[in-house]
Design a protein around this ligand. Structure first.
Ligand code: SF4
Length: 458
């Protein structure tokens, strides 16, 4: 048997990218690739990029600069760039970075073996960025082979597959792409039009995962509540119902959603499907009707508040997290105050907040960027201060509560402690035996911090 080659992946961005990196690992393992552990040991380095914000895109280019030095020392090293920046820039990247061998678009991951072979054997540099809109081919290679036993796959950025057969949680793609064209967002241009994966494929993948010890799945897609079952007519709530029946699986989560497409049927699934955890990520973006219109979001602040009310009626303890974008072109002080007001009215459990930056060809990039950078920073700081206080207060309200935690592994700070999440997606640390990993454990919350809770097993 030939010596295994070594792969290093650096992943930026969202869970879709993390999942794509997992797919790449699954594909490359079949070609006898092992984790490199660090870039200097790699035969193949792939950077899985994100272009949703300028700041993340810049990180991609700094990573490329670092790997350029390695390539100069080791010319046989294959250096590839995938993800949204690859899709957006395509061949131009090969011109701009003469040491880059491969550019792989978001719909071309399944072609990696053939592309890498061509780069190695024919010494060609390739940009493969065709979008396979409407083609189920996009989902080829989505089912991850769980290695058992195998070393740990890690990358420089928050990405790891604990491939020891004891994986507790997994991401499962249910749909890809987006048809919404929010005016600030580049996703429809780099991820293509919406396509849903077949429900039978999804069911099969999750059943396999559960048999391998996975206890929680997060169903992912750019807008999971527009899932259409790839011609079968299966709605997202139907899909949840079917997944709920899988033996061995304890918990279901999903992300991300669009408030406009959040149907009453889906809201009703909370509380009706016992494995569906009481947490939803419902991106708000702005609390101002005028900004929401400019963003082409398709709902008003009243619509959003109504959905929140319906969710809380269906499941009183449901945790709601959101995304907020400040400094959108034309955002006036009063618009920003509407966002602050909505934040205080909803009292989200968590938020992800960002400063707006132009993302051509998204349509808002043709507007004048009239909120100065300094002002965007001030607004972001205010939003984050308000939310920090709310999060802490909400965490403190949980002290004394009994919660069910799915144990994910040893705590990073103290290996004698365990870490896991409540159904509402809060991180909980508590002393306990490693035999509990992968199990649901009842705990009592004893302390609350900004980002986590402390507990004792009951
Ligand atoms: S719903 Fe809007 S923000 Fe979300 S991926 Fe689609 S276009 Fe982007």
């Amino acid at each position: 048997m030939k010596d295994a080659k070594k792969l290093y992946i650096q992943t930026f961005g969202c869970q879709m990218n993390v999942r794509d990196s997992e797919r790449i690992v699954g594909i490359m393992q079949r070609l006898n690739y092992e984790p490199a552990g660090k870039p200097s040991r790699a035969d193949l380095i792939l950077i899985n990029t994100c272009s949703i914000r300028q700041k993340v895109e810049h990180k991609t280019y700094s990573a490329l600069g670092r790997f350029k030095r390695l390539k100069a020392r080791k010319p046989e090293l294959v250096l590839g760039l995938g993800g949204c920046v690859a899709q957006q820039e395509g061949e131009a990247l090969l011109e701009r970075f003469p040491y880059l061998d491969l550019v792989i678009g978001t719909h071309q991951i399944h072609r990696l073996p053939e592309l890498i072979r061509t780069v190695r054997e024919r010494k060609e540099r390739i940009a493969a960025t065709t979008l396979l809109n409407g083609s189920p081919e996009r989902f080829r290679g989505h089912t991850l082979q769980i290695p058992n036993p195998s070393p740990r796959w890690t990358s420089g950025q928050d990405y790891q597959i604990p491939g020891n057969g004891n994986r507790v949680k997994a991401l499962v793609t249910v749909m890809e792409g987006c048809d919404n064209y929010c005016s600030y967002c580049i996703v429809p241009y780099v991820r293509g039009r919406e396509i849903s994966r077949s429900s039978d494929d999804i069911l099969r993948e999750i059943t396999d995962l559960a048999q391998c010890g996975v206890r929680e799945v997060t169903l992912i897609g750019q807008n999971v509540n527009s899932y259409r079952g790839n011609g079968s007519g299966t709605s997202f709530p139907d899909l949840l119902e079917r997944i709920n029946g899988i033996t061995g699986l304890f918990r279901i989560r999903f992300t991300t959603t669009h408030p406009r497409d959040l149907s009453e049927e889906l809201i009703g699934s909370f509380g009706r499907r016992e494995k569906l955890c009481e947490h939803i990520h419902l991106p708000l973006q702005s609390g101002s009707d005028s900004v929401l219109r400019q963003m082409n979001r398709g709902y008003s602040r009243e619509d959003y508040l109504h959905k929140v009310e319906q969710l809380r009626r269906a499941s009183s303890g449901i945790a709601i997290s959101t995304d907020i974008l400040v400094g959108f072109p034309g955002e006036r002080e009063e618009d920003f105050n509407d966002t602050l007001d909505l934040l205080k009215r909803v009292r989200f459990d968590a938020i992800f907040s960002f400063k707006y930056s132009h993302r051509p060809p998204a349509s808002a990039s043709r507007l004048s960027e009239d909120v100065p950078e300094e002002e965007k920073g001030r607004r972001l700081g205010l939003i984050q201060d308000v939310q920090r206080q709310i999060t802490l207060e909400k965490n403190r309200e949980l002290i004394g509560n009994k919660e069910e935690v799915l144990v994910e592994g040893p705590s990073r700070r103290d290996p004698e402690w365990l870490t896991g999440r409540t159904r509402s997606n809060r991180v909980v640390n508590f002393p306990g035996d490693k035999d509990l990993i992968g199990q649901l454990v009842p705990v009592e919350i004893t302390k609350a911090y900004q980002n986590s809770l402390k507990a004792e097993i009951l």
